[in-house]
Ligand binder design. Structure first.
Ligand code: G6P
Ligand code: MN
Length: 448
C-alpha cells in the first residue's frame, strides 16, 4: 500500500488530538508517510502539535515525518490528502452566532438558522482562498472538508470550483448517530449500511441494514421509543448537551415515525422548545470553551510536561475515523459506502440538480458515486426545499453583497419565519461580523 502524505488544516483544533488517535488506530487501513499541521494561529497550533508529536513518537514510530507550520507553501506542497477543519472567527464568534438570534427569540445554533448564515458568510471567503492555495501547491491532492456550516460551504465551493473532482465535503453527524444504532444492535458501526437522504444537518435515515442485507430499522425505532436514545461515541457520550440532543430523537421518532431523523432536525421541528431550554449566557460555544477546549488543552499540557502519553487516557472518536475511512476508500479504491455531500443531479429525483445533497455514496479513487434515492414524499420535500432555498440565498447574498437576499434567507428559515424578526437579527449580525462578512447592500429597487 502506498503511504500517504497528509496535511491537517486547522492543526490547532480541539478535534486534532482525536484525529491523531484515529490515524494511529487506522494505520493499517490508511498508512501514512508524513503528517503536517497547518494553522493561521501559531500559538494555538503549537500546543496541540507538541502533544501530537509525542503521541506519534510513541504510537506511530513508522511515520517518517511530522511537522507543523503557519507557512502555506511549506504546509501544502506535495500533499496527497488535505483534511480541512477551520473555524473562521473561532469560538468567540460562535458564541455571537448563538446569542444574537436568542436575543430575538429565535434558535441560536452554530449551523442552523441565523447562526448558520452568520458562520457561512464568515467561512466562504476563507474556504475559497484555502482551496485555491491547496490547488496551487498540490493540484492533485484529495481535499476532505469538515468545515461548517457544511451545507453552505459546500454550495459555495460547488459554485466556485465546479470542475474540481477531488474536493469532498463531509459531516460526521450521520456516522455519530450510527454509532448509537450500532450500540443498540451490538454491532460495529462500519458493519452497518445506511440508506439516507437530505441536506447536511437536515436528513433522514430511511433504513439501516447490515452487511448481510438484514434490515434493522424497526428494531432501532422500537429501541429508541421504548428505551431512549443516547450518544455513544467517546467524544460526545458524556456531554450533557449531546445527551439532551439525542433524547430529543425519541420525540422526533414518536411524532414522525416514518424515518429516523438526523439530530439537527430538532432545531427546525421544535424551535420554540429549543429556544426555551437555552441559557443565553451559557450557549454551546461557552460550554465548549469551558468543556472540550479546556479538557483538550490540559491533556496536551500534561503530555508535553510528562514527555509521554503514559499518564493520560486517549480516545479514538468517530469524527476522525470517519474521515480516515473515507480517505482510505479513495486512496485504495475500496468502494466502501459513506454518507457524503454531492451535487444532486437526479439522485433525489424531485429536487433540483444543482442542490448539494447528503446521501450514501460508493467512494472510489474516482470520488463519490451516489446511490439513487428516487422520489421523496411531500413532508420531506417541503422541508428540504425551504432549507435549500435558505442555503442558496445565503450564498447568493455572499456573491451579490445583497442585504435583501440575506433577509430573504432568514425570513424563510423555519427557525425565524417572521420578517421583522429576521431584519433585527440580520442587523445585529452585520454589526457583530463587520470584520468578517462581505459588505451587504440594499438592492437598487429597495423602496425609501
Ligand atoms: C457534530 C456536527 C458538526 C458540529 C459538531 C458540534 O459533529 O456534525 O458539524 O460542528 O457536532 O459539536 P459541539 O460539541 O462543538 O457542539
Ligand atoms: Mn456536521
Amino acid at each position: 500500500m502506498k503511504k500517504q502524505n497528509l496535511v491537517v488544516v486547522g492543526g490547532g483544533s480541539t478535534y486534532t488530538i482525536g484525529m491523531i488517535m484515529s490515524l494511529v488506530a487506522e494505520k493499517e487501513q490508511f498508512p501514512l508517510k508524513s503528517i503536517t499541521f497547518y494553522d493561521t494561529n501559531a500559538e494555538r497550533q503549537e500546543k496541540i502539535a507538541k502533544a501530537s508529536e509525542i503521541i506519534l513518537r510513541e504510537k506511530y514510530p513508522e511515520l517518517e515525518n511530522f511537522s507543523y507550520t503557519t507557512n502555506k507553501e511549506e504546509a501544502l506542497t506535495d500533499a496527497d490528502f488535505v483534511f480541512v477543519q477551520i473555524r473562521t472567527g473561532g469560538l468567540a464568534m460562535r458564541e455571537q452566532d448563538e446569542q444574537i438570534p436568542l436575543r430575538h427569540g429565535a434558535v441560536g445554533q452554530e449551523t442552523c438558522g441565523p447562526g448558520g448564515m452568520a458562520y457561512g458568510l464568515r467561512s466562504i471567503g476563507d474556504m475559497i482562498d484555502l482551496v485555491n492555495d491547496i490547488r496551487h501547491f498540490s493540484p492533485n491532492a484529495w481535499i476532505l472538508n469538515y468545515t461548517n456550516p457544511a451545507a453552505i460551504v459546500a454550495e459555495a465551493l460547488r459554485r466556485e470550483f465546479p470542475d474540481d473532482k477531488k474536493l469532498l465535503n463531509i459531516c460526521d453527524m450521520p456516522a455519530a448517530i450510527m454509532v448509537s444504532y450500532a450500540g443498540i444492535l451490538g454491532k460495529d458501526v462500519f458493519d452497518l449500511v445506511p440508506e439516507y437522504f437530505g441536506l447536511n444537518h437536515f436528513g433522514w435515515f430511511t433504513s439501516i441494514l447490515d452487511k448481510d442485507g438484514v434490515d434493522h430499522t424497526d428494531t432501532i425505532k422500537r429501541a429508541i421509543t421504548e428505551d431512549g436514545f443516547i450518544p455513544e461515541d467517546a467524544e460526545i457520550a458524556n456531554d450533557p448537551s449531546w445527551i439532551k440532543t439525542f433524547k430529543q430523537v425519541e420525540q422526533m421518532v414518536t411524532d414522525f415515525p416514518e424515518y429516523l431523523p438526523n439530530t439537527y432536525l430538532q432545531y427546525y421541528l421544535y424551535p420554540s422548545q429549543m429556544v426555551e431550554k437555552e441559557e443565553p449566557d451559557n450557549t454551546r460555544a461557552r460550554q465548549v470553551i469551558n468543556g472540550r477546549e479546556k479538557r483538550v488543552h490540559s491533556l496536551a499540557d500534561q503530555i508535553i510536561a510528562d514527555d509521554t502519553t503514559e499518564n493520560v487516557e486517549l480516545e479514538v472518536d468517530i469524527h476522525g475515523r470517519y474521515m480516515i475511512r473515507v480517505a482510505a476508500s479513495m486512496a485504495y479504491n475500496n468502494g466502501d459506502i459513506f454518507i457524503v455531500m454531492v451535487e444532486n443531479n437526479g439522485t433525489i429525483a424531485n429536487l433540483p440538480d444543482d442542490a448539494m445533497v447528503e446521501v450514501p455514496s460508493v467512494i472510489t479513487n474516482r470520488g463519490p458515486k451516489p446511490f439513487s434515492v428516487g422520489y421523496i414524499s411531500t413532508f420531506y420535500k417541503g422541508l428540504i426545499e425551504g432549507q435549500l432555498a435558505y442555503e442558496k440565498l445565503v450564498v447568493d447574498a455572499y456573491y451579490e453583497n445583497s442585504y435583501e437576499k440575506a433577509l430573504q434567507a432568514l425570513t424563510l428559515n423555519r427557525t425565524v419565519i417572521d420578517a421583522p424578526r429576521a431584519r433585527k437579527i440580520l442587523d445585529d449580525m452585520i454589526d457583530a461580523n463587520k470584520n468578517y462578512w462581505p459588505e451587504l447592500h440594499a438592492s437598487k429597487q429597495a423602496l425609501n
